[in-house]
Design a protein around this ligand. Structure first.
Ligand code: NDP
Length: 330
């Protein structure tokens, strides 16, 4: 079993030396367990937080432990009543070639409905995050304007498409003309502003003539400060991610435009997808249905290079080097 262990806590962007790639004999499935041969590993922005010290919503990956990560593959051994050899599965299985599981944070998937890698993308955790973050925390009403940052990515792309499904105006923020064009032409958003183009505020104002009712936050920093003054009365800001600061080595300044929260009586609320664990069946059913109907389009950015490429591929997320849900093929 070739796997990735955490060697040291990174400072700034991760380095190859922060991880150790090791070969160990794969363990057999014990009583009540099954073993998965992993084919795709998910690269998630949260991984940077999982390997940092300090208080978070989950304990950090211990030094020396297998890197935490979502993955998808097929069962190759089973002593578990609900999983049989050959079943396709996805879940929190770790960055490794073989994982033994009792079925926690794992679910069976149907590769005839979507390719295996999509079940760790739009039909998996990122899609579930978009679903609950927008609908439960953002509470969009038909006719409202929803703005989402990192709009071409795994979570953002689904947020905007669900906003359209529930009758809202969907406006993205993304880096560069190619991603912005994709968000509008392929995903069906009403507009997309390019934060790398130098005119974010002007572009957003033009794209949101009635202001912003829901700002789905994936990035933080200057982008949040640009959107805050455009928020409407009683607007909602689901705080899903703050990727612009994940590799920061110094404390980051807070938003300057806090006054908008006061005068507009805004609600800003953080969310973690695991909070909705007992309602996953609902999200999975809806996402699957919309996907089958062709109303949710999804794009994966599949990287080769094997498990050795893990640190370099992970860093793509923090520079916008990915285009779509980033996965590593083993
Ligand atoms: P994406 O597929 O969106 O990839 C990350 C994207 O973030 C990049 O492609 C880039 O897009 C953008 N980005 C990176 N750095 C910056 C920066 N400094 N300024 C502006 N944009 C930047 O990743 P995900 O969809 O997986 O994740 C999106 C967000 O959702 C992250 O913040 C993540 O932590 C969060 N998340 C939260 C969860 C929760 O439970 N709360 C669960 C899952 C994800 P571009 O090229 O457009 O700049």
């Amino acid at each position: 079993n070739r796997l990735v262990r955490l060697r040291s806590r990174p400072v700034g962007m991760v380095r190859r030396d922060d991880f150790e790639i090791v070969d160990e004999p794969a363990r057999d499935a014990g009583e009540g367990e099954f073993r998965v041969r992993i084919e795709y590993v998910s690269l998630d922005p949260a991984m940077r937080g999982w390997i940092a010290a300090g208080k978070s919503y989950v304990p950090p990956v211990e030094i020396g432990a297998v890197m935490r990560g979502f993955a998808a593959g097929h069962v190759d051994q089973s002593n578990h009543p609900d999983y049989k050899v050959g079943d396709a599965v996805a879940g929190l299985l770790g960055v490794q070639h073989y994982a033994v599981s009792k079925g926690e944070r794992c679910f069976k998937v149907d590769p005839t409905k979507a390719p295996l890698e999509r079940w760790i993308g739009g039909l998996g955790m990122p899609g579930q995050t978009a679903y609950f973050g927008l609908l439960e925390v953002g509470k969009p009403k038909p006719g409202e304007t929803v703005v989402v940052s990192a709009a071409s990515g795994a979570v953002g792309s689904i947020v905007g498409q669900i906003a359209k499904i529930v009758g809202c105006r969907a406006v993205g923020i993304a880096g560069g003309p190619e991603k912005c064009r994709y968000v509008v032409e392929e995903l069906g958003f009403d507009a997309c502003a390019d934060y790398k183009g130098g005119n974010l505020a002007e572009e957003l104002k033009a794209a949101c003539p009635d202001g912003v009712d829901v700002y789905y936050e994936n990035v933080g920093g200057e982008i949040l400060d640009t959107v805050l003054p455009m928020m409407n009365l009683f607007g909602r800001i689901p705080v899903c991610g703050l990727i612009s600061a994940y590799n920061a080595t110094e404390p980051q300044p807070g938003p300057k435009n806090l006054r908008s929260i006061l005068v507009n009586r805004l609600t800003m609320r953080g969310l973690i997808v695991f909070d909705f664990q007992d309602r996953m069946a609902e999200a999975n059913e809806k996402l699957g249905q919309w996907h089958a109907e062709g109303r949710l389009r999804m794009r994966e950015d599949v990287r080769e290079g094997g498990i050795e490429a893990f640190p370099d591929v992970l860093n793509l997320l923090y520079t916008g080097g990915n285009f779509g849900k980033l996965v590593l093929k083993l």
